[in-house]
Design a protein around this ligand. Structure first.
Ligand SMILES: CCCCCCCCCCCC(=O)SCCNC(=O)CCNC(=O)[C@H](O)C(C)(C)COP(=O)(O)OP(=O)(O)OC[C@H]1O[C@@H](n2cnc3c(N)ncnc32)[C@H](O)[C@@H]1OP(=O)(O)O
Length: 150
C-alpha cells in the first residue's frame, strides 16, 4: 500500500469497527488502491459463528465501517482534503444490505469497496469480502453525510 491508512486520518475515533483508539474494536486499516478502498484483516479465534467460520455479524460490521470510511475518504478526496481530512465531514450508516454467498474461513480476508453513486448527502458503497480471492460476502451501504456528532 502507499500513503497513510484512512483510519489514521479519522483520529481520535473510538468506533468499534474503525476506531484506532478503541483497543477492543476490530481495528480495520483501509487504503486506496486505484478507485477501490481495500482492507486486509484477520479474525480473532473467538469470532466464529458456524464452527470454523466467521460470525456473520462481524462480516456485517467489517462491511459497515469499511464502506462508511471509504465514503468519507471519497468525499474528502473530492473536496481536495485527501492528505488531512476535514473533521467536519462526517457520515453515518443509513441503510445496509448484506448477502452471504459462502461461509468465511477463519483466516485473512480482503475487503474491496467502490463508490457506486453519490446523490446529495447520500453515498452508495458496494463492498465485497473475499477469502483467497473468492467472494464470500457482499454488501451495499448507504452512508449519509451529517453535521459532526459529539
Ligand atoms: C473523527 C471521527 C470520525 C470517525 C468516523 C466514524 C465512522 C463511523 C462509521 C460507523 C458506522 C455506523 O455504525 S453509524 C451508526 C448507525 N447509524 C446510525 O445510528 C444513524 C441513525 N440515523 C440518523 O442519525 C439519521 O436518520 C440520519 C443521519 C441517517 C438521517 O437523518 P437526516 O440527516 O435528518 O436526514 P434527512 O434530512 O431526513 O434525509 C436526507 C436524505 O437521506 C435519506 N435518508 C435518511 N435516512 C435514511 C436512512 N436511514 N436510509 C436511507 N436513506 C435515508 C432521506 O430520504 C433523504 O434523501 P433525499 O430526500 O435527499 O433524496
Amino acid at each position: 500500500m502507499t500513503g497513510t491508512y484512512i483510519q489514521e486520518k479519522l483520529r481520535p475515533n473510538h468506533c468499534f469497527g474503525c476506531g484506532l483508539d478503541n483497543p477492543y474494536g476490530l481495528q480495520i486499516h483501509s487504503f486506496w488502491e486505484g478507485d477501490e478502498v481495500v482492507c486486509r484483516w484477520t479474525p480473532k479465534h473467538y469470532m466464529t459463528g458456524p464452527p470454523n467460520f466467521l460470525y456473520g455479524g462481524i462480516s456485517a460490521s467489517l462491511i459497515d465501517c469499511h464502506s462508511v470510511n471509504a465514503a468519507v475518504a471519497y468525499a474528502n478526496r473530492q473536496a481536495g482534503h485527501e492528505e488531512a481530512f476535514d473533521p467536519e465531514l462526517f457520515m453515518v450508516t443509513g441503510t445496509m444490505t448484506i448477502k452471504y454467498h459462502k461461509p468465511v474461513p477463519m483466516h485473512e480476508v480482503e475487503l474491496r469497496a467502490r463508490i457506486a453513486k453519490v446523490e446529495g448527502r447520500k453515498y452508495l458503497v458496494h463492498t465485497d469480502i473475499l477469502s483467497n480471492g473468492e467472494r464470500c460476502v457482499s454488501g451495499e451501504v448507504l452512508a449519509i453525510r451529517i453535521a459532526r456528532m459529539g
